[in-house]
Design a binder for this molecule. Structure first.
Ligand code: AMP
Length: 284
Protein backbone atom coordinates (compact mmCIF):
# COMPACT_ATOMS: atom_id res chain seq x y z
CA UNK A 1 0.00 0.00 0.00
CA UNK A 2 1.14 3.46 -0.94
CA UNK A 3 0.88 6.44 1.46
CA UNK A 4 0.75 9.66 -0.52
CA UNK A 5 0.76 13.19 0.89
CA UNK A 6 0.70 15.43 -2.18
CA UNK A 7 -1.95 16.05 -4.81
CA UNK A 8 0.62 15.98 -7.62
CA UNK A 9 1.90 12.53 -6.70
CA UNK A 10 -1.60 11.14 -6.17
CA UNK A 11 -2.76 12.44 -9.56
CA UNK A 12 0.26 10.84 -11.30
CA UNK A 13 -0.32 7.46 -9.63
CA UNK A 14 -4.07 7.50 -10.35
CA UNK A 15 -3.59 8.54 -13.98
CA UNK A 16 -1.60 5.35 -14.50
CA UNK A 17 -4.42 3.32 -12.95
CA UNK A 18 -6.95 4.99 -15.22
CA UNK A 19 -4.73 4.30 -18.24
CA UNK A 20 -4.89 0.63 -17.25
CA UNK A 21 -8.72 0.93 -17.28
CA UNK A 22 -8.87 0.30 -13.54
CA UNK A 23 -11.94 1.44 -11.60
CA UNK A 24 -11.10 3.74 -8.71
CA UNK A 25 -12.95 3.75 -5.38
CA UNK A 26 -12.68 6.58 -2.86
CA UNK A 27 -13.35 6.26 0.87
CA UNK A 28 -13.20 9.74 2.40
CA UNK A 29 -12.40 9.72 6.13
CA UNK A 30 -10.99 11.88 8.90
CA UNK A 31 -8.83 8.98 10.11
CA UNK A 32 -8.83 7.25 13.52
CA UNK A 33 -10.08 4.31 11.51
CA UNK A 34 -12.38 1.77 13.13
CA UNK A 35 -14.44 -1.17 11.90
CA UNK A 36 -17.03 1.23 10.40
CA UNK A 37 -14.40 2.77 8.13
CA UNK A 38 -12.99 -0.69 7.44
CA UNK A 39 -16.39 -1.86 6.19
CA UNK A 40 -16.41 1.01 3.67
CA UNK A 41 -12.88 0.14 2.54
CA UNK A 42 -13.82 -3.54 2.16
CA UNK A 43 -16.86 -2.58 0.09
CA UNK A 44 -14.69 -0.44 -2.17
CA UNK A 45 -12.17 -3.28 -2.53
CA UNK A 46 -15.05 -5.54 -3.55
CA UNK A 47 -16.54 -3.11 -6.05
CA UNK A 48 -13.47 -1.40 -7.59
CA UNK A 49 -9.89 -2.17 -8.67
CA UNK A 50 -8.04 0.51 -6.76
CA UNK A 51 -9.18 1.83 -3.38
CA UNK A 52 -8.03 5.23 -2.19
CA UNK A 53 -8.66 6.04 1.48
CA UNK A 54 -8.36 9.74 2.14
CA UNK A 55 -7.45 10.81 5.65
CA UNK A 56 -7.97 14.49 6.27
CA UNK A 57 -9.25 16.12 9.44
CA UNK A 58 -11.20 18.82 7.67
CA UNK A 59 -10.96 22.14 9.53
CA UNK A 60 -13.82 23.59 7.45
CA UNK A 61 -16.38 21.24 8.97
CA UNK A 62 -15.60 22.08 12.60
CA UNK A 63 -17.30 24.98 14.40
CA UNK A 64 -15.25 27.45 16.47
CA UNK A 65 -15.94 25.64 19.76
CA UNK A 66 -15.72 22.11 18.44
CA UNK A 67 -13.02 19.44 18.75
CA UNK A 68 -10.72 20.14 15.77
CA UNK A 69 -7.55 20.23 17.88
CA UNK A 70 -8.55 17.29 20.03
CA UNK A 71 -9.69 15.07 17.11
CA UNK A 72 -7.55 11.87 17.11
CA UNK A 73 -4.77 11.70 14.52
CA UNK A 74 -3.40 8.16 14.26
CA UNK A 75 -1.86 7.81 10.80
CA UNK A 76 0.37 4.79 11.42
CA UNK A 77 -2.42 2.71 13.01
CA UNK A 78 -4.74 3.89 10.21
CA UNK A 79 -2.23 2.72 7.60
CA UNK A 80 -2.18 -0.75 9.14
CA UNK A 81 -5.99 -0.92 9.30
CA UNK A 82 -6.42 0.33 5.73
CA UNK A 83 -3.79 -2.05 4.34
CA UNK A 84 -5.32 -5.02 6.17
CA UNK A 85 -8.71 -4.10 4.72
CA UNK A 86 -7.18 -4.17 1.22
CA UNK A 87 -6.74 -0.47 0.43
CA UNK A 88 -4.24 0.38 -2.31
CA UNK A 89 -3.53 4.00 -1.45
CA UNK A 90 -3.83 6.25 1.58
CA UNK A 91 -4.07 9.91 0.64
CA UNK A 92 -3.09 11.91 3.72
CA UNK A 93 -2.58 15.52 2.64
CA UNK A 94 -1.55 18.34 4.97
CA UNK A 95 -4.08 21.12 5.61
CA UNK A 96 -1.99 23.45 3.42
CA UNK A 97 -1.94 20.93 0.56
CA UNK A 98 -5.74 20.91 0.54
CA UNK A 99 -6.65 24.42 1.64
CA UNK A 100 -3.71 26.44 0.33
CA UNK A 101 -3.13 29.72 2.12
CA UNK A 102 -6.56 31.18 1.38
CA UNK A 103 -9.72 29.69 -0.06
CA UNK A 104 -12.13 31.96 -1.93
CA UNK A 105 -14.34 29.27 -3.41
CA UNK A 106 -16.70 27.01 -1.48
CA UNK A 107 -19.39 24.46 -2.31
CA UNK A 108 -22.66 24.98 -0.51
CA UNK A 109 -26.07 23.34 -0.72
CA UNK A 110 -29.53 24.71 0.03
CA UNK A 111 -32.26 23.41 2.37
CA UNK A 112 -30.84 19.93 3.14
CA UNK A 113 -28.61 21.32 5.94
CA UNK A 114 -31.44 23.34 7.51
CA UNK A 115 -32.42 20.58 9.95
CA UNK A 116 -30.63 18.05 12.21
CA UNK A 117 -26.82 18.38 12.36
CA UNK A 118 -26.76 21.18 9.77
CA UNK A 119 -29.01 23.30 11.96
CA UNK A 120 -27.00 22.56 15.07
CA UNK A 121 -23.61 22.98 13.37
CA UNK A 122 -23.86 26.04 11.08
CA UNK A 123 -21.38 25.85 8.18
CA UNK A 124 -20.63 22.16 8.82
CA UNK A 125 -22.02 20.85 5.54
CA UNK A 126 -20.52 23.71 3.54
CA UNK A 127 -17.19 22.50 4.90
CA UNK A 128 -18.02 18.88 4.10
CA UNK A 129 -19.25 19.64 0.56
CA UNK A 130 -16.25 21.82 -0.22
CA UNK A 131 -13.69 19.23 0.84
CA UNK A 132 -15.52 16.21 -0.59
CA UNK A 133 -15.84 18.16 -3.82
CA UNK A 134 -12.10 18.81 -3.83
CA UNK A 135 -11.41 15.12 -3.12
CA UNK A 136 -13.72 14.15 -5.99
CA UNK A 137 -11.81 16.49 -8.32
CA UNK A 138 -8.41 15.28 -7.12
CA UNK A 139 -9.15 11.53 -7.10
CA UNK A 140 -11.82 11.39 -9.84
CA UNK A 141 -13.16 8.10 -8.49
CA UNK A 142 -15.70 5.93 -10.26
CA UNK A 143 -17.34 5.19 -6.92
CA UNK A 144 -17.29 6.86 -3.51
CA UNK A 145 -18.29 5.08 -0.31
CA UNK A 146 -20.12 6.81 2.55
CA UNK A 147 -21.59 5.46 5.79
CA UNK A 148 -25.27 5.66 6.69
CA UNK A 149 -24.06 6.57 10.18
CA UNK A 150 -23.86 10.16 8.88
CA UNK A 151 -27.21 9.99 7.12
CA UNK A 152 -27.63 13.72 6.48
CA UNK A 153 -24.12 13.88 5.05
CA UNK A 154 -24.88 10.93 2.77
CA UNK A 155 -28.08 12.56 1.46
CA UNK A 156 -26.26 15.86 0.94
CA UNK A 157 -23.38 14.24 -0.96
CA UNK A 158 -25.82 12.29 -3.13
CA UNK A 159 -27.57 15.56 -3.99
CA UNK A 160 -24.29 17.41 -4.61
CA UNK A 161 -23.21 14.66 -7.03
CA UNK A 162 -26.52 14.99 -8.87
CA UNK A 163 -26.57 18.79 -8.95
CA UNK A 164 -22.91 19.23 -9.95
CA UNK A 165 -22.90 16.35 -12.47
CA UNK A 166 -20.09 14.39 -10.85
CA UNK A 167 -19.69 11.17 -12.79
CA UNK A 168 -19.38 9.24 -9.54
CA UNK A 169 -21.58 6.55 -8.04
CA UNK A 170 -22.17 7.17 -4.35
CA UNK A 171 -22.39 3.87 -2.49
CA UNK A 172 -24.18 3.97 0.91
CA UNK A 173 -22.81 1.52 3.50
CA UNK A 174 -24.66 0.28 6.62
CA UNK A 175 -23.86 1.40 10.15
CA UNK A 176 -21.35 -0.78 12.00
CA UNK A 177 -22.01 -1.09 15.73
CA UNK A 178 -20.32 -2.32 18.87
CA UNK A 179 -21.66 -5.43 20.62
CA UNK A 180 -23.90 -3.27 22.83
CA UNK A 181 -25.29 -1.49 19.78
CA UNK A 182 -23.37 1.79 20.04
CA UNK A 183 -22.49 2.95 16.53
CA UNK A 184 -18.72 3.02 16.03
CA UNK A 185 -17.35 6.54 15.93
CA UNK A 186 -13.89 8.07 16.23
CA UNK A 187 -15.42 10.27 18.94
CA UNK A 188 -16.33 7.26 21.16
CA UNK A 189 -12.71 7.39 22.35
CA UNK A 190 -13.51 10.66 24.16
CA UNK A 191 -16.07 8.95 26.42
CA UNK A 192 -15.37 8.10 30.05
CA UNK A 193 -16.00 4.44 30.94
CA UNK A 194 -19.31 5.40 32.58
CA UNK A 195 -20.47 7.49 29.59
CA UNK A 196 -19.37 4.79 27.16
CA UNK A 197 -21.60 2.31 28.99
CA UNK A 198 -24.48 4.80 29.22
CA UNK A 199 -24.23 5.63 25.49
CA UNK A 200 -25.81 2.25 24.65
CA UNK A 201 -29.10 4.05 25.40
CA UNK A 202 -28.99 5.61 21.92
CA UNK A 203 -29.24 2.33 20.14
CA UNK A 204 -31.71 0.97 22.68
CA UNK A 205 -33.92 3.99 22.04
CA UNK A 206 -33.78 3.52 18.26
CA UNK A 207 -34.68 -0.11 18.77
CA UNK A 208 -37.59 0.79 21.04
CA UNK A 209 -38.93 3.21 18.43
CA UNK A 210 -38.39 0.76 15.58
CA UNK A 211 -40.38 -1.89 17.43
CA UNK A 212 -43.24 0.52 18.16
CA UNK A 213 -43.31 1.61 14.51
CA UNK A 214 -43.19 -2.00 13.28
CA UNK A 215 -46.22 -2.74 15.43
CA UNK A 216 -48.25 0.11 13.99
CA UNK A 217 -47.21 3.39 15.63
CA UNK A 218 -47.05 6.06 12.91
CA UNK A 219 -47.31 9.29 14.87
CA UNK A 220 -43.97 11.16 14.80
CA UNK A 221 -44.63 13.29 17.89
CA UNK A 222 -45.41 10.22 19.99
CA UNK A 223 -42.31 8.36 18.82
CA UNK A 224 -40.10 11.40 19.45
CA UNK A 225 -41.60 11.66 22.92
CA UNK A 226 -40.95 7.97 23.57
CA UNK A 227 -37.31 8.22 22.44
CA UNK A 228 -36.77 11.44 24.39
CA UNK A 229 -38.17 9.92 27.58
CA UNK A 230 -36.06 6.80 27.15
CA UNK A 231 -32.84 8.76 26.65
CA UNK A 232 -33.54 11.06 29.58
CA UNK A 233 -33.61 8.08 31.94
CA UNK A 234 -29.82 8.45 31.69
CA UNK A 235 -28.94 11.56 33.71
CA UNK A 236 -25.71 12.39 31.87
CA UNK A 237 -27.33 12.22 28.39
CA UNK A 238 -28.20 15.68 27.03
CA UNK A 239 -30.34 15.56 23.91
CA UNK A 240 -29.31 17.85 21.04
CA UNK A 241 -32.10 16.62 18.77
CA UNK A 242 -34.41 13.67 18.20
CA UNK A 243 -36.14 13.99 14.82
CA UNK A 244 -38.13 12.05 12.29
CA UNK A 245 -37.46 13.35 8.78
CA UNK A 246 -38.17 12.55 5.15
CA UNK A 247 -35.54 12.21 2.40
CA UNK A 248 -35.40 16.02 2.14
CA UNK A 249 -34.52 16.24 5.83
CA UNK A 250 -37.89 17.86 6.62
CA UNK A 251 -39.68 16.94 9.84
CA UNK A 252 -42.62 14.58 9.27
CA UNK A 253 -45.77 14.19 11.31
CA UNK A 254 -46.61 10.73 9.98
CA UNK A 255 -44.04 7.93 9.82
CA UNK A 256 -43.69 5.91 6.61
CA UNK A 257 -41.19 3.42 5.20
CA UNK A 258 -38.03 5.40 4.47
CA UNK A 259 -38.66 7.98 7.20
CA UNK A 260 -35.44 8.54 9.12
CA UNK A 261 -35.25 8.62 12.89
CA UNK A 262 -32.13 10.62 13.68
CA UNK A 263 -30.68 11.75 16.96
CA UNK A 264 -27.74 13.61 18.44
CA UNK A 265 -26.97 13.39 22.14
CA UNK A 266 -24.20 14.83 24.29
CA UNK A 267 -22.38 12.82 26.92
CA UNK A 268 -20.32 15.50 28.61
CA UNK A 269 -18.71 17.42 25.75
CA UNK A 270 -18.91 14.45 23.37
CA UNK A 271 -21.68 14.66 20.82
CA UNK A 272 -22.81 11.30 19.40
CA UNK A 273 -25.17 10.78 16.47
CA UNK A 274 -27.14 7.76 15.34
CA UNK A 275 -30.11 6.98 13.15
CA UNK A 276 -32.42 4.32 11.85
CA UNK A 277 -34.22 4.26 8.49
CA UNK A 278 -37.73 2.91 9.00
CA UNK A 279 -38.24 -0.33 7.11
CA UNK A 280 -34.54 -1.20 6.87
CA UNK A 281 -33.13 -4.18 8.72
CA UNK A 282 -32.02 -3.20 12.16
CA UNK A 283 -28.39 -4.13 12.71
CA UNK A 284 -28.12 -3.96 16.47
P1 AMP B 1 -15.42 10.13 9.51
O1 AMP B 1 -14.01 9.68 9.55
O2 AMP B 1 -16.11 10.11 10.83
O3 AMP B 1 -15.60 11.42 8.76
O4 AMP B 1 -16.21 9.04 8.66
C1 AMP B 1 -15.78 8.67 7.38
C2 AMP B 1 -16.81 7.79 6.75
O5 AMP B 1 -17.01 6.63 7.55
C3 AMP B 1 -18.19 8.47 6.62
O6 AMP B 1 -18.75 8.11 5.37
C4 AMP B 1 -18.94 7.88 7.76
O7 AMP B 1 -20.34 7.87 7.57
C5 AMP B 1 -18.38 6.47 7.81
N1 AMP B 1 -18.59 5.89 9.13
C6 AMP B 1 -18.23 6.41 10.33
N2 AMP B 1 -18.65 5.61 11.34
C7 AMP B 1 -19.31 4.57 10.75
C8 AMP B 1 -19.98 3.41 11.25
N3 AMP B 1 -20.07 3.15 12.55
N4 AMP B 1 -20.53 2.57 10.35
C9 AMP B 1 -20.46 2.81 9.02
N5 AMP B 1 -19.83 3.87 8.49
C10 AMP B 1 -19.27 4.75 9.34
Amino acid sequence: MNIIHTITELRAVLQKKRNEQLQIGLVPTMGALHAGHVSLIQESVKQTDCTVVSIFVNPLQFGPNEDLDQYPRTLSADATAAETAGADIIFAPSPVAILGSEMLTYVDINTLPDNLCGRKRPGHFRGVCTIVSKLFNIVQPNKAFFGQKDIQQLKIIERMVLDLNYNIKVVPCPIVRNADGLALSSRNSYLSAADRKAAAILNQSLKLAARAIETGEADAARVIDMVTKNITTIPQAKIDYVSLVDENMQDVTKIRTGTMLALAVYFGKTRLIDNHIIGENIRF
